[in-house]
Design a protein. Structure first.
Length: 226
């Protein structure tokens, strides 16, 4: 299986990763919740192994709740030092499939991992987003329109990804500040306007049909129709 391990303890992560790899699995590691959420949402995995208490502003429960809200059904095994029954219940209600507490025996962890792997397969999360002739590849981090590669900067990629995930919907300035710039307040800057303008130049210039639209007094929208 291809497994994502989200664990901030370096020694625990090394131990678990080594053991799972020796058992024949491919393991990717994220050291904090923010990176773990990004990887889990943008790449296909067969299983997630998550700590509960994570740095990066996103704990394990929030990570799983966010994924489930996006329709991501990848099985989740919580691996955590939080042993209280209430905490186990909270983790499972958030969308976890199994819950294992530290300290643990690796043999049991491997057995639980492989038991989750035997469950019926679920649909893998989409790795490409498409609006009309515009395509964004989440794995290769590339953007093409009408088959022509478009060079975008990392922040422009995140902005475009958020717009495309909400194609046909108005995306407000506040949403973009929170999701793309990680601002939880309005810094009174025109940074969004500047980036949207750059994307328009790169994506719409030379095409009869613009895709990025300004919705007056509301925000922005990406859609195929004028």
């Amino acid at each position: 299986m291809r497994i994502l391990l989200v664990e901030d303890d370096v020694e625990v992560a090394r131990f678990v990763r080594k053991g799972l790899q020796e058992a024949g699995h491919t393991v990717e590691h994220a050291p904090n919740g923010r990176d773990g959420l990004f990887m889990a949402a943008s790449e296909p995995f067969d299983l997630l192994v998550l700590d509960r208490m994570l740095p990066g502003g996103v704990d394990g429960v929030r990570l799983v709740e966010t994924l489930r809200g996006q329709g991501n059904k990848t099985p989740v095994l919580f691996l955590t030092a939080m042993t209280a029954v209430d905490e186990r219940v909270r983790g499972l209600k958030a969308g976890g499939d199994d819950y294992m507490t530290k300290p643990f025996a690796f043999a049991e962890l491997l057995a639980r991992v492989e038991a989750l792997g035997r469950r019926p397969a679920v649909d893998a999360p989409a790795t490409r987003l498409r609006v009309a002739d515009l395509e964004l590849d989440l794995l290769s981090r590339t953007v093409t329109r009408a088959g022509r590669k478009v060079e975008v900067q990392p922040r422009e990629f995140r902005l475009l990804e958020h717009l495309m995930r909400h194609a046909g919907q108005v995306v407000t300035r506040t949403m973009l500040l929170e999701k793309v710039w990680d601002y939880h307040f309005d810094p009174q800057t025109n940074v969004i306007d500047v980036h949207v303008s750059r994307l328009r130049q790169k994506l719409d210039k030379g095409f009869d049909r613009p895709l990025i639209h300004t919705v007056r007094n509301a925000g922005y929208m990406i859609r195929a129709e004028p």
